[in-house]
Design a protein around this ligand. Structure first.
Ligand SMILES: [Zn+2]
Length: 353
């Protein structure tokens, strides 16, 4: 689910192509500024690249805000920026952010974690039931299942000896996307999380107790309104959205480990953890209304990759055996058409080993 992979070559090559087209029409001042920006991308340090990416993002948002408000339209989180109006700036940001990519080792490890989480989920009778009966379950039953999903993900979420050592709060809300008068609800969200690391870093109270509380305070908010197509669609999709948010919680835990000096530079995942640390500390987060930047930033590629990995795994039916051990669920299952057909087949063709 990487939105950037639509046929583009690497960002720097793309930048050079664009420059050839734009340079001719550029003032000397603009050309000099551009040269500076390219130097930062190629030879600068991480902080100067982050600052450049952030400043260019604000510049695009301001320009788009001005363009839209001339037509009486506000720029909200539900408004998409017309990226084709800002090709040079968008490409510069892509090139700067390209320095903040997760390692292949990290990605491989996360696929293993997805297997561990899936194995644990397969053993839960509630989840076995949810996988088969999502569409007839009541909201409170679905919420109970999603709490188990979050708990099992957190329990098996680890990277070497680094674990998610914080408590994650979980809230379920029911918020419509559209208000009664037809307006978009600006508060609408499918799911989001606030991780403990950003609490710690942005703590201004200075109180020791507040800081200690903040360290534990990751929180996931999940919308169970029918507007949330993940929640509505299937167990796999609904769980996938929860896994996405829990992955952001883990990123916060890794950032905290770097902040506390709990992860050695020799650790094979040090660079990945430091990347989450830097991007979170510097609040370098590409907003959802610039889709190509939003989807390609490491914080989101990681969360979307985990979400996709889990959704794929969860669409595969869990094994029948363990599920059928539960008497109530067994009874429900045996009344279903599928089981009756199996019985009929067994009677005609004889029992199978
Ligand atoms: Zn996300």
């Amino acid at each position: 689910m990487h939105a950037n992979d639509n046929g583009h070559s690497d960002p720097l090559t793309q930048l050079v192509t664009l420059l050839a087209r734009h340079m001719r029409h550029m003032s000397t001042a603009d050309a000099l500024l551009l040269e500076d920006q390219i130097n930062i991308i190629r030879h600068g340090d991480d902080l100067s690249r982050i600052t450049l990416a952030k400043n260019l993002t604000y510049k695009i948002l301001r320009a788009e805000q001005a363009r839209l408000s001339a037509r009486g339209i506000p720029l909200t989180s539900n408004t998409y920026v017309r990226e084709e109006y800002y090709p040079l700036d968008i490409t510069l940001i892509h090139a700067a952010m390209d320095h903040f990519r997760l390692s292949d080792a990290y990605k491989t490890k996360m696929a293993e974690v997805a297997n561990d989480v899936t194995d644990a989920m397969k053993r839960s009778k509630t989840l076995q039931y949810a996988q088969r009966n999502w569409h007839t379950m009541k909201d409170d039953q679905k919420i109970r299942a999603l709490k188990i999903v979050q708990h099992l993900h957190e329990k098996h979420q680890k990277l070497g000896d680094l674990r998610c050592e914080m408590l994650t709060g979980l809230s379920f809300a029911n918020i419509a996307m559209t208000r009664k008068n037809g307006d978009m609800n600006p508060k609408f969200f499918l799911a989001f999380q606030h991780n403990a690391f950003s609490n710690v870093f942005n703590n201004t109270s200075g109180s020791v107790i507040a800081t200690a509380m903040d360290r534990m305070g990751s929180h996931i908010y999940y919308n169970t309104h029918n507007d949330n197509y993940f929640f509505r669609r299937s167990f796999a999709a609904a769980a996938g959205a929860m896994h996405h948010e829990q992955q952001h919680v883990f990123q916060g835990a890794l950032a905290m480990a770097v902040h506390d000096g709990r992860i050695e530079q020799s650790n094979p995942y040090y660079r990945d953890a430091r990347l989450f640390y830097l991007l979170t500390r510097e609040k370098c987060y590409m907003p959802g209304n610039i889709p190509s930047l939003y989807r390609t930033q490491a914080i989101e590629t990681d969360a979307f990759a985990f979400q996709t990995a889990m959704t794929r795994r969860l669409y595969r039916r869990f094994h029948d055996g363990a599920w059928a051990d539960d008497p109530a669920q067994r009874a429900a299952y045996e009344n279903s058409g599928c089981a009756l057909f199996k019985k009929l087949k067994a009677r005609i063709f004889g029992p199978r080993p």
